[in-house]
Design a protein around this ligand. Structure first.
Ligand SMILES: Nc1ncnc2c1ncn2[C@@H]1O[C@H](COP(=O)(O)OP(=O)(O)OP(=O)(O)O)[C@@H](O)[C@H]1O
Length: 267
């Protein structure tokens, strides 16, 4: 449990950033983002490649120092109270790096102990998570031998072990088969159903539309739309709304002379 629930209950928004800014050399990756995620949301952060989603999530989770702006999670300032904040969040980062030479079960026990959870409780939670994630048969296998989907599941289990108030997931469903994705969805739905918050980034609009009740759309380092799914989508599909908002996906034209050499193999 987060350790001071009174404080947690006193704010309506789980995540709130103001004027978040980050540049890499000449490249402005995040250009003044005001991200809001109400508590208990299943929130999707969407945007085309290079929109700034990963950079935003990295700053919010304390992995990358912002050049400007503020970030509050559960009312706490991420960069002023990093320890307090980290006790309340779980993160499944992009390019998930795990302790490859541990078994799945050892990995969870290690994470739990790092979080200061008593060993008996860690064992109980680890066994439950392995069962729910369908990883019991792989529990003693080394993580290095896990498939992509199994890695996502064990990574998510590790991120949830300390019962965080907010989970941040960067592309959690990428490379995950439909059965495993279903398992992840069920676990996450149960999590938000209990009042906790999930924020995940994705390119898959159908998935976001199916799962999320809150959406933030990013383009070129800015939030271009944000709110309840029904409001952002309007009468359109989310996919159409997305294309409208980001300008045909920022796609370069493929008509006319473009790619005229492609197809109809000629000798
Ligand atoms: N470490 C870095 N050094 C230089 N530029 C970077 C770095 N990280 C990100 N960028 C740039 O910042 C911009 C935003 O990148 P970011 O990875 O946040 O986008 P994204 O929305 O997560 O994209 P994708 O959907 O492709 O994962 C891009 O133009 C990218 O090239």
């Amino acid at each position: 449990m987060p350790d001071s629930p009174e404080k947690v209950e006193s704010v309506a928004d789980s995540v709130r950033t103001h004027g978040l800014f980050k540049r890499f050399g000449q490249q402005v990756a995040v250009a003044g983002v005001d991200l809001v995620v109400p508590r208990g949301s299943f929130a999707g952060l969407v945007g085309p490649n290079g929109a700034g989603k990963t950079t935003t999530l990295s700053m919010i989770t304390g992995l990358l120092r912002p050049d400007g702006g503020t970030i509050e999670i559960e009312g706490l300032n991420v960069w002023r109270d990093p320890v307090e904040v980290k006790a309340r969040i779980g993160v499944l980062p992009e390019g998930l790096r795990l302790f490859e030479r541990l078994s799945g079960r050892e990995l969870l026990l290690y994470h739990g102990q790092l979080r200061g959870i008593p060993i008996r409780e860690v064992e109980r939670r680890a066994d439950e998570l392995l069962r729910v994630m369908g990883l019991v048969d792989a529990a003693d296998k080394l993580v290095v031998d896990y498939s992509t989907g199994m890695r996502k599941k064990i990574g998510l289990a590790a991120a949830m072990l300390h019962n965080p108030a907010v989970l941040f997931l960067d592309e959690p469903f990428e490379g995950v088969d439909p059965v495993s994705a279903n398992t992840l969805v069920e676990v996450l739905r149960r999590f938000t159903g209990s009042g906790s918050t999930v924020v995940f980034s994705s390119h898959v609009m159908e998935l976001v539309e199916r799962l999320c009740d809150w959406v933030s759309v990013m383009n070129r380092g800015r939030i271009v739309a944000q709110g309840p799914l029904a409001e952002v989508r309007g009468e359109r599909s989310l996919n159409q709304a997305f294309l409208d908002l980001v300008g045909a996906g920022g796609a370069v034209g493929t008509g006319g002379e473009d790619l005229s050499w492609l197809g109809s193999a000629q000798k």
